[in-house]
Design a binder for this molecule. Structure first.
Ligand SMILES: Cc1cc2nc3c(=O)[nH]c(=O)nc-3n(C[C@H](O)[C@H](O)[C@H](O)COP(=O)(O)O)c2cc1C
Length: 211
C-alpha cells in the first residue's frame, strides 16, 4: 500500500492556490487505487513549535539518556518524523514567502531534520560524515509564487530559496527523487496567472498516474 504524507504550508484557507492544487492532486492520485492512503499535516494554519535550546539539547542527547523533560521536548518531533517514515510519498504544498518558505514550513523542517533519526552523523566516516535515513521515498513540491521567473535559468532563479531549499533538505535526508510543480504570477492575476495555473494543473493530473 502506498501512503502520501501531505504537508499543507499556506496560512490561507479557501483562497490558497497551493492548497487547492494539493487537494485536486490527492484526489486524482487516490482515484487510481482505492488502497492508497493520505495523511495530511497542517503546518500553515496550525503553529508548529519552533525549536529552542532545550529541544536542541534533547535532540543531541543519546536516546537512552533522555529524561522525561527531554522526551516531552521532542514529542512533536517524534510524531512528525514517524509520519514521514510511515509514508512512501511526500507532497509539500507551499507558497513562496519572502523568497523562501512560510515560517510554518521552516518550523516543520527544523522538527524533522533529526540526528539519529532522519540522518546519522559520524565525523570518522571516510565516505561522508552524514548518512541519510529517509530512503526509498519520492517527493513532490507544489509551490505558488506571486511574481514570475523563479524557475531554473529564469530571471529570478537566484532569488528562489523556496523549492531549491526544500530539495536540499530532502536530499540531505535521502529523498533524491523530487518533482517540482510551480504556479507563478499570482500577484499579477489575469491571463499570466491563469495560464500558469492551468499548466500546473495539467502537470499534476499527469503525475497522479505515475507518482
Ligand atoms: C507574506 C507574503 C510574502 C510573499 N513573498 C513572496 C515572494 O517573495 N515572492 C513571490 O513571488 N511571491 C510572494 N508572495 C506571494 C505568494 O507567494 C503567492 O500569493 C502565493 O500564490 C500564495 O500561495 P497560496 O495561494 O497557496 O496561499 C508573498 C505573499 C505573502 C502573503
Amino acid at each position: 500500500m502506498s501512503q502520501i504524507l501531505a504537508i499543507q504550508g499556506s496560512p490561507r484557507g479557501e483562497r490558497s492556490h497551493s492548497r487547492r492544487l494539493l487537494e485536486s492532486f490527492l484526489l486524482a492520485w487516490q482515484t487510481q487505487d482505492r488502497e492508497r492512503a493520505v495523511l495530511r499535516r497542517e503546518v500553515g494554519r496550525v503553529a508548529i513549535a519552533p525549536i529552542n535550546e532545550s529541544w536542541i539539547a534533547a535532540a543531541f542527547q543519546p536516546q537512552e539518556q533522555r529524561d522525561e523533560v527531554m522526551l516531552a521536548d521532542l514529542a512533536l518531533s517524534e510524531t512528525l518524523v514517524d509520519e514521514l517514515f510511515a509514508a512512501d510519498r511526500l507532497v509539500i504544498a507551499t507558497p513562496m514567502y519572502n523568497f523562501s518558505v512560510p515560517s510554518g514550513v521552516k518550523a516543520w523542517v527544523d522538527q524533522i531534520v533529526r540526528i539519529g533519526r532522519t540522518f546519522d552523523f559520524d565525523p570518522e566516516n571516510p565516505r561522508s560524515p552524514y548518512t541519510p535515513r529517509l530512503l526509498g521515498k519520492k517527493a513532490l513540491i507544489v509551490t505558488t509564487r506571486g511574481d514570475h521567473g523563479y524557475g531554473p535559468g529564469a530571471i529570478n532563479a537566484a532569488r528562489n530559496h523556496a523549492d531549491p531549499y526544500l530539495r536540499t533538505v530532502l536530499g540531505f535526508l535521502g529523498i533524491e527523487d523530487v518533482t517540482v510543480v510551480a504556479v507563478e504570477s499570482d500577484e499579477y492575476g489575469g491571463q499570466a496567472f491563469e495560464a500558469s495555473y492551468a499548466t500546473a494543473e495539467r502537470a499534476l493530473g499527469e503525475l497522479a498516474a505515475s507518482f
